[in-house]
Design a protein around this ligand. Structure first.
Ligand SMILES: Cc1cc2nc3c(=O)[nH]c(=O)nc-3n(C[C@H](O)[C@H](O)[C@H](O)COP(=O)(O)OP(=O)(O)OC[C@H]3O[C@@H](n4cnc5c(N)ncnc54)[C@H](O)[C@@H]3O)c2cc1C
Length: 382
């Protein structure tokens, strides 16, 4: 290969980690193709994501613009008790956006011919400086780099490190989205412009506003995003994961799948455990969804020309508000490392090794911080 011939990356996973990698590698002069198992546009009904500087830095490097404003700003953090008294208040400005807003901005920036939906990665072959990805469809793709951005249940990781699997942390995140106008005014007035929490005995809730339909940040058209962490035994979790059609879901309950009896139970629990504001949020939510909290950290991210990043490499608990930021940092620093190597004459393999050292450390710090925050919040002794 001549010095000017562009390198090629095959990226497995077309969610935020995969699209961030595609965007930043393209900005570093690489050719990229993204392969996503889902045949359809990914949709999450736009759950909340705290917009961290790492995401903005990666997008700026890639030349991707977000809508202006890119989310909804909050000023104060307030902590409510069971009677809605404000027990603590501090000024901590930040911006909250939605998963869908970020997804759409990045997907629109990637030429459609480089995004291959409905392609399930199954395995790979490595041959020195070349790597070949194999797909369920029979398709094969050869590249200089294979990136596993295929999430918590990464197939690439399962081929490389089968012993590294997600471990249930003993509690789940119930989540919900409510149209801004759908909340009674006593609750809306308490929550507006704030990042709000209610801390209970072994449970914990938070809420903030995020963009609404079509990424709108206009007052009245936004959405309330809430999360309620609750403890369940493994047996209780297995029961919850049976969806409203009787199907045992392997991992989480997406919107529209929670059994009606469990939705009613959640509302019942909110009556007993929540103050009026958070109770109103749970009551106003048609379709709560649920995600078990898990711990996962891969001890390696680079395997010759195959790399793991984002949730495939490590999953910090959501208390860090950092999964997307970590995926952005993984992707951005990978692109910078490869660009620097190309300019300095360093080999790709040596650039990957340096990148791995830094990013493993970052994953370790974030996963440890998430465990410590979560266990403290939920009164879990470890
Ligand atoms: C549909 C969806 C909605 C989400 N909504 C939110 C949200 O509202 N708020 C939030 O904080 N986080 C959300 N997340 C999680 C968030 O994207 C991640 O925690 C974080 O951004 C890191 O992303 P990731 O790309 O590494 O992993 P993920 O987002 O988990 O993406 C992994 C991707 O890989 C694909 N994939 C898996 N296996 C294969 C395979 N064998 N072949 C090809 N493709 C494969 C998956 O379909 C998925 O699109 C969502 C994830 C998804 C997939």
């Amino acid at each position: 290969m001549t010095a000017f011939e562009p390198r090629r990356a095959v990226i497995v996973g077309g969610s935020l980690g995969g699209l961030l990698t595609a965007a930043t590698l393209r900005a570093a002069g690489w050719q990229v193709d993204v392969f996503e198992t889902s045949p359809n546009q990914l949709e999450s009904r736009g759950g909340g994501v705290v917009l961290q500087p790492d995401v903005l830095d990666a997008l700026q490097f890639a030349g991707i613009e977000l809508p202006n404003p890119p989310g909804v700003a909050s000023g104060d953090r307030i902590y409510l008790d069971r009677d809605d008294r404000r027990v603590e208040e501090l000024y901590m400005p930040q911006m909250q956006t939605s998963w869908s807003l970020l997804y759409r901005a990045m997907k629109n920036a990637l030429p459609a011919q480089h995004l291959h939906a409905g392609e399930t990665f199954v395995n790979f072959r490595s041959d020195g400086e070349r790597v070949t990805a194999l797909f369920e469809s029979g398709r094969t793709e050869e590249a200089d780099l294979l990136v596993g951005a295929d999430g918590i249940r990464s197939t690439l990781r399962s081929r490389l490190l089968p012993e590294i699997v997600p471990v249930y942390a003993g509690y789940v995140a119930w989540r919900g989205l409510v149209d801004e106008a759908g909340l009674p005014s006593h609750a809306a007035d308490m929550l507006r412009e704030r990042f709000s929490f209610q801390q209970g005995d072994g449970h914990s809730a938070l809420s903030y506003l995020i963009p609404g339909e079509n990424d709108s940040t206009v007052a009245g058209q936004r959405r309330w995003n809430w999360v309620w962490y609750r403890k369940y035994s493994r047996e209780q979790l297995d029961q919850l994961l049976i969806d409203r059609h009787g199907v045992a879901r392997p991992f989480s309950l997406p919107p529209g799948s929670t059994k009606w009896a469990d939705v009613l139970q959640l509302r019942q629990d909110a009556k007993l455990m929540m103050g009026p504001t958070f109770r109103a949020l749970v009551d106003a939510t048609e379709d709560p969804f649920m995600q078990p909290i898990v711990d996962l950290r891969s001890p390696k991210m680079v395997f010759c020309r195959a790399v793991l990043l984002g949730d495939a490499a490590s999953v910090p608990r959501p208390h860090t508000a950092g999964s997307t930021a970590k995926a952005a940092s993984n992707a951005h620093t990978l692109a910078l490392a490869l660009l620097a190597a190309q300019r300095s004459g360093e080999t790709i393999d040596s650039a990957l090794k340096h990148w791995e050292g830094q990013q493993l450390q970052r994953g370790k710090l974030m996963t440890e911080m998430g465990m410590s925050l979560g266990n403290r919040l939920m009164n879990i002794a470890r």
